[in-house]
Design a protein around this ligand. Structure first.
Ligand SMILES: [Zn+2]
Length: 75
């Protein structure tokens, strides 16, 4: 039964090796933090060139402004 025992040991080593490899692969696949995606794009005011988050910008057509005053003053 020596051969049978050898096969069992070989199988156990192979399974352990596969588990270890799987663990290593999973450790590498930790998803990157999405904090950068949470920050919205920054846009520049057409009048004073101040940079502001896109979701706070005032828009007219495809132009963006930092405030309602600059939106009104740019014609
Ligand atoms: Zn402005």
């Amino acid at each position: 039964m020596n051969l049978f025992r050898l096969i069992i040991i070989a199988l156990a080593v192979w399974i352990a090796y596969r588990i270890w490899q799987n663990f290593k692969t999973k450790a590498k696949q930790i998803p990157p933090k999405n904090s950068q995606q949470a920050i919205s794009d920054v846009v520049a005011c057409q009048v004073c060139d101040m940079h502001i988050p896109e979701n706070e910008a005032f828009r007219k057509g495809n132009k963006v402004y930092c405030s309602q005053q600059h939106l009104d003053s740019d014609n």
